[in-house]
Design a protein around this ligand. Structure first.
Ligand code: ZN
Length: 79
């Protein structure tokens, strides 16, 4: 079994190009961090709707969710 645990935070931003909340950044710290620390960082983000890429500050995130999941090794994801 090639499953591995994925922990981290998923930040959702409003896209400055298309206006949708389709801009996501993942942050997987090695240590436990506070939400204030998460929001104080700059993230490289990509819009899943229009493809816009850029940087966004955690302060402008509309939503921060905590990820804890087991991610199996999957081939051919998407399509
Ligand atoms: Zn967009």
């Amino acid at each position: 079994m090639n499953a591995r645990e994925t922990r981290g935070y998923l930040l959702t931003f409003r896209c400055v190009n298309c206006g949708k909340h389709e801009l996501f950044a993942k942050y997987a710290p090695e240590d436990i961090v506070t939400e204030a620390q998460i929001r104080g960082r700059i993230y490289q983000v990509t819009c899943t709707s229009c493809g816009w890429q850029g940087q966004a500050c955690g302060m402008s995130a509309v939503h921060v969710s905590h990820i804890v999941k087991l991610e199996a090794k999957v081939a051919g994801q998407g399509n």
